[in-house]
Design a binder for this molecule. Structure first.
Ligand SMILES: Cc1cc2nc3c(=O)[nH]c(=O)nc-3n(C[C@H](O)[C@H](O)[C@H](O)COP(=O)(O)OP(=O)(O)OC[C@H]3O[C@@H](n4cnc5c(N)ncnc54)[C@H](O)[C@@H]3O)c2cc1C
Length: 441
C-alpha cells in the first residue's frame, strides 16, 4: 500500500488485539492447561504464554528470540536483495556485493530444518510443542518442521505476532479496493475471461504476444506478467512450431514438473450461524483434532470468523465461519464419483461433532446454513490445476539456488504468484511483485 501511495486509513480495517488462538488435542499428555494458547503481537507476552503451555521457559525464550531475529531480517532482506531469487550468475554476483553480515546468518539457517534445530542443546524438546509448530508451519509455509528450512519457517511462525487486521466485508473487499485503484489510474480489469492460449510471434527483434480467451477475444501485448499458476501455464503455450514459443513452453514444463509432488489442496466448510462468541476478541482459531480427518485431510482445522462489527457478510447476531484444512492428493477428488457427496458429508459431521465437544457455545442447533468445498470445487472456483491452492511448499527450497525466479528465457514474459516467489501466501506474492517491479525499473 505504501508503494502505491495508499494510506491504510482508506481501507475499512479493524485492528485485532489477538491474532490467533490455538487449541491442542485435549488428550495430549503434556496438555495440562487444556485451554487455548493465545497469540498476539506482544513478543514477551508470547514467550510467557508458550512457556505456560509447554514448559522449558528458558529454551522457549531462546527459540523465539532466534525466530524473531531471523524473521525481522527475512522481511528486510526480501525487499533489499531484489536480485534474489537468482536468474543467472550476474544476479548471484549483484547479490553478493550487497550482502551484509546478518544476511550470511540467514543463509546459514536456511540450510537447517526446524526439526534439526530442535535437536540442538538449549532448544525446546517437548513433543507437544513440536506438534504445535508443525500445524502452525503447515498453515504458513505449507510443510512441517521435518522439512521446513529454519529461515523461511521463522517468517511463518512469527506471522501471528505482526499487527493483524480484519477487512470489513472480508478479503474480497481488499481485492475490490485494488481493482478500483487500478481503474482510477486508467487501468482496466477484465473478469471471467479465461485465457485458453498464448501465441508468440517474433517481429524483427521484437516479440509480440497474442493472448486468446474463451470469449473468443484476442489481446496483443509486447510484455506479459503472468499470475497464472505455473502448473496451468505450459498447456496455454503448447502445439506450436514457433521456436521462441517452444523454448518458453519447455522451460515452463520443466519448472512445473520440478514442483509437482506433495502439493496441497484445501477442504473448506462455510457456516452461517447464530453468534455464539459475543465480545470474544479473537476471530482466528486453530484446533488440533483428536485424529486425522479421512481422505488425506489434515489433523487440524483453521477457523476464521467474520468480525462482530461486520454487517456486510451477515446480519447482526450472526457469524460466518470459514473452516479450512489441508488436503493431500487434491487430484483424488472427483465431483462425478458416486461417493463424492457422502465423503464431504462425512467430513462435515466429524468437524461439527468435534467443535460441539471442544468449543464453548458452538452448537449444531445454531447453524443456519452450511456448505463445503473440496479441491474439485476449488478447481472450478479458481481454475488452478487439480485445485492446488497451496502454492509451493517450503520443503522445496533446500538451498538458495533452488528458489525460482520471475524471469523466463523470453524477453518480457515474467512470472508471479505463489507458485513462483518463495514464501507464504499473499505476503510472498506481494513481495515477488514488488521485487519484479523494482528490477524492471
Ligand atoms: C483456504 C485458504 C486459506 C488461505 N489463507 C491465507 C491467509 O490467511 N493468508 C495468506 O497470506 N494466504 C492465504 N492463503 C493462500 C493465498 O490465498 C494464496 O497464496 C494467494 O491467493 C496466491 O495468489 P496468486 O495470485 O499467486 O494466485 P491466485 O490467488 O490463485 O490467483 C491466480 C488467478 O489466476 C486465475 N487463472 C488461472 N488460470 C487462468 C487462465 N487460464 N486465464 C485467466 N485467469 C486464470 C485464477 O482464476 C486466479 O484468479 C489461503 C489459501 C487458501 C486456499
Amino acid at each position: 500500500m505504501k508503494e502505491l501511495g495508499i494510506s491504510l486509513g482508506n481501507l475499512p480495517l479493524v485492528i485485532l488485539p489477538k491474532s490467533m488462538k490455538v487449541k491442542m488435542k485435549p488428550s495430549y499428555p503434556e496438555n495440562q492447561t487444556k485451554d487455548f494458547i493465545e497469540r498476539n503481537n506482544n513478543r514477551s507476552e508470547w514467550v510467557q504464554e508458550v512457556a505456560r503451555h509447554f514448559g522449558e521457559a528458558q529454551k522457549q525464550k531462546r527459540f523465539w528470540g532466534l525466530m524473531f531475529f531471523l524473521s525481522d531480517h527475512v522481511w528486510n532482506v526480501s525487499s533489499r536483495l531484489i536480485h534474489f531469487p537468482f536468474r543467472n550468475l550476474t544476479d548471484v554476483l549483484k547479490t553478493i556485493v550487497r550482502l551484509k553480515a546478518k544476511d550470511i546468518i540467514l543463509f546459514l539457517f536456511s540450510l537447517i530444518r526446524i526439526e534439526s534445530l530442535l535437536l540442538l542443546p538449549g532448544f525446546p524438546k517437548s513433543k507437544e510443542f513440536k506438534k504445535f509448530l508443525d500445524e502452525q508451519l503447515l498453515i504458513t509455509v505449507q510443510t512441517t518442521s521435518k522439512k521446513a528450512p529454519t529461515t523461511l519457517a521463522s517468517a511463518g511462525l512469527t506471522y501471528a505476532h505482526l499487527e493483524n487486521s480484519y477487512v470489513l466485508g472480508g478479503i474480497g473487499e481488499l481485492a475490490r479496493f485494488l481493482v478500483d485503484f487500478i481503474i482510477s489510474k486508467g487501468g482496466e480489469v477484465r473478469f471471467k475471461e479465461e485465457i485458453n492460449g498464448i501465441q508468440i510471434e517474433k517481429k524483427q527483434s521484437n516479440i509480440l504476444y497474442s493472448v486468446h480467451t474463451r470469449k473468443n477475444k484476442t489481446y496483443f501485448a509486447t510484455s506479459i506478467v503472468s499470475g497464472i499458476p505455473i502448473w496451468n501455464l505450459p498447456k496455454l503455450l503448447e502445439n506450436t512450431k514457433n521456436p521462441s514459443q517452444k523454448k518458453l513452453n519447455q522451460f515452463l514444463e520443466r519448472r512445473s514438473n520440478r514442483y509437482d509432488k506433495n502439493i496441497w489442496g484445501a477442504f473448506n466448510i462455510s457456516i452461517l450461524m447464530e453468534d455464539f462468541l459475543g465480545d470474544e476478541d479473537c476471530i482466528h482459531f486453530q484446533f488440533h483434532l483428536e485424529e486425522e480427518l479421512p481422505y488425506g485431510l489434515g489433523e487440524s482445522i483453521f477457523v476464521s470468523l467474520s468480525h462482530i462489527s461486520d454487517d456486510k457478510r451477515c446480519a447482526k447476531g450472526q457469524r460466518v465461519l470459514a473452516i479450512s484444512t489441508h488436503a493431500a492428493y487434491p487430484e483424488s477428488w472427483d465431483r462425478r464419483e458416486e461417493s463424492y457427496k457422502s465423503k464431504k458429508q462425512e467430513i462435515i459431521s466429524k468437524v461439527i461433532d468435534y467443535l460441539e465437544k471442544n468449543w464453548k457455545g458452538f452448537s449444531k442447533n445454531k447453524i443456519l446454513q452450511i456448505q463445503s468445498a473440496s479441491p474439485a470445487t476449488w478447481e472450478v472456483w479458481t481454475g488452478r490445476y487439480q485445485g492446488r491452492v497451496g502454492g509451493i511448499p517450503a520443503s522445496y527450497f533446500k538451498n538458495l539456488l533452488s528458489y525460482p525466479s520471475s524471469f523466463t528465457p523470453l524477453k518480457n514474459f515474467y512470472l508471479l504468484g505463489d507458485t513462483v516467489y518463495p514464501g507464504q501466501g499473499i505476503p510472498g506474492v506481494v513481495l515477488g511483485a514488488l521485487n519484479l517491479f523494482k528490477r524492471l525499473g
